[in-house]
Design a protein around this ligand. Sequence first.
Ligand code: ZN
Length: 255
Amino acid sequence: MTASIKSSDQARAIRYAVLSDIHGNLEALTAVFDHLAGVGADALLCLGDVVGYGADPIPCVETLVQRGARLVAGNHEHGATGRLDLRWFNPHARQAALWTASQLDAAHRAFLADLPLVLEVEDATLVHARPGRPEQWEYLITAEEGFEAFGGFTTRLCFVGHSHLPRVWALGSSGPAFEPAPEAVRLEAGRRYIVNVGSVGQPRDGDPRACYALWDLGAGVVSLHRVPYDVARAREKILRSGLPRYLGDRLAHGR
Ligand code: ZN
């Protein structure tokens, strides 16, 4: 598929923006869209947790829908729509889920509750947490956790979110590889990949800038991008909305 795109002058290379864990942070999402306008992307994929923690859940959902994004559900969609017992959430996440639930009208609640847990696009699987058993909401963080998850999907690529930590795992012809702070990965023949695209709206790797991935089918590259945004404004909105202060403060530290 990649070769046929490359060999044709007429065919336009397809570039997907892959976003995850926006968490109601409209300032971060807007900054990513501004960045994308310069970089160029043909389509939008979203790995869940559009809502939860941040002050703008509905504007974030609306923005993605207007732009034709294809979405899977995260645990925060399930938490805010009654599909997941909030006893599984830590106290801040539980408080945020209850606040988010109070913001949703019936139409948005139904939309979020009905999102699929898994989608396949081109030769990639999209899932919020662990492929193969997405409803368990397990994190892929260590090298081992990623390598063990390759049996959970059959496509060449799998894009995940959930941990808010960008990562790349690769298996195949030249042996296993793990990159905990990736900037770009060139997709090689005979290898399969899991890519955690990081978090748009609440990064936790010590870099407060919004994080997203660009999947370029023509070039055969997945690149990760960091975008500064108005953290102070996103934090201020969280404080004014009555959400836990910690959820605003952590944005400044990217933790
Ligand atoms: Zn999340």
